[in-house]
Design a protein around this ligand. Structure first.
Ligand code: ATP
Ligand code: MG
Length: 313
């Protein structure tokens, strides 16, 4: 399927070190040996870009990098994008994920390079004029501290350059405070597609009915897209001014849900890039996420499987 449009994925690309299994937190000053570890690229933008790379979707990962021993390793996973990343004199952003036998996980993250990414770094990596249909996805909103301060100016400039804009905020580490809500209200009118999960949707609005919250957010957006809510095993829904569409996910045997929402974003926005309708976009989002979370090593659908995912329903 041909499209000349590009999906630009902007935000947090970091190193994930997953280690387990740990069941009781170590006593201070002791050492514990764990039986499993895995080093891999991660972060919302990183997970989404890896899915797009595997699916051979026309895309670019727009980010920055640190300058320690991990930065070249991280960059090597994004061969067509990393040459454009600005290098900062700082450590690479790293998340250590500790797995527990009840499937819970605990995460420890440093600040690293992602907090230093600026709007200027992003805009320097994007064409001055968008090609028809180009989409810019901003993710890891509340972790990219510097960039987050510049969201209103950044989104406004993206609109002026002719890009469609999408935002997946993720969860704010400080919680959904009134300040966070007020800050979001400043850039929501410049956002075309808002991609959240269920609890983020409730948190951003501060009410407990999902449909009410999604409708309210839809009204705050630009009106050119809609509010997409990812609902885990339940699938996903999309709210627009004049319609609401939901699609169920099929049950799968989950191996690892890390990046489920980011993989969904890759499928959903790939469909929009190729002028598919909303129902198909939800189906592609679910198809990419379902396969990603149920395979080890992780796999993503090819074009043929994506078409089938829509026909099988
Ligand atoms: N347990 C599950 N069974 C089947 N599908 C799932 C399950 N969990 C997630 N998915 C699929 O992944 C998609 C996105 O997952 P989810 O709604 O959990 O997003 P998220 O909370 O943003 O994820 P993340 O943990 O990556 O932030 C869902 O719409 C669904 O298609
Ligand atoms: Mg998410």
């Amino acid at each position: 399927m041909d499209s000349t449009a590009t999906l630009y994925v902007v935000g947090n690309i970091n190193v994930d070190l997953i280690m387990g299994t740990l069941d009781s937190w170590p006593q201070r000053g002791t050492e514990v040996m764990l039986n499993h570890s895995e080093l891999r690229p991660g972060g919302s933008a990183g997970n989404c870009a890896l899915a797009l790379e595997a699916m051979k979707v026309r895309h670019r990962a727009v980010a920055n990098q640190g300058d320690d021993g991990l930065s070249a390793w991280l960059a090597s996973h994004f061969p067509h994008s990393a040459e454009h990343w600005k290098r900062y004199r700082c450590e690479t952003s790293l998340t250590v994920g500790v797995t527990h036998s009840d499937h819970e996980r605990s995460f420890l993250s440093n600040l690293g390079h992602i907090v230093r990414l600026t709007a200027a770094d992003v805009l320097d990596q994007l064409p001055l004029r968008a090609t028809e249909g180009d989409i810019v996805l901003l993710c890891g909103t509340f972790l990219c501290l510097h960039l987050y301060d510049e969201y209103p100016q950044l989104l406004s400039e993206l609109q002026q350059r002719g890009y469609l804009t999408a935002v997946d905020t993720g969860w704010p580490p400080q919680g959904w405070t009134e300040t966070v809500r007020e800050q979001c209200a400043r850039w929501l009118p410049l956002c075309d597609w808002l991609l959240l999960n269920e609890v983020e949707t409730l948190g951003l609005v501060g009410q407990d009915d999902l449909a009410t919250c999604a409708q309210q957010l839809t009204q705050q957006l630009s009106g050119r897209g809609g509010c997409v809510v990812k609902c885990g095993a339940q699938g996903a829904g999309c709210w627009q001014a004049d319609q609401q569409i939901s699609q169920l996910a099929r049950p799968v045997t989950v191996v690892d849900t890390i990046g489920a929402g980011d993989s969904f974003n890759a499928g959903f926005l790939t469909a929009l890039l190729h002028q598919q309708d909303i129902t198909t976009a939800l189906q592609w989002g679910i198809a990419v996420a379902s396969l990603a979370i149920s395979t080890l090593p992780r796999r993503y659908p090819d074009w043929h499987q994506l078409q089938l995912s829509a026909q099988e329903r």
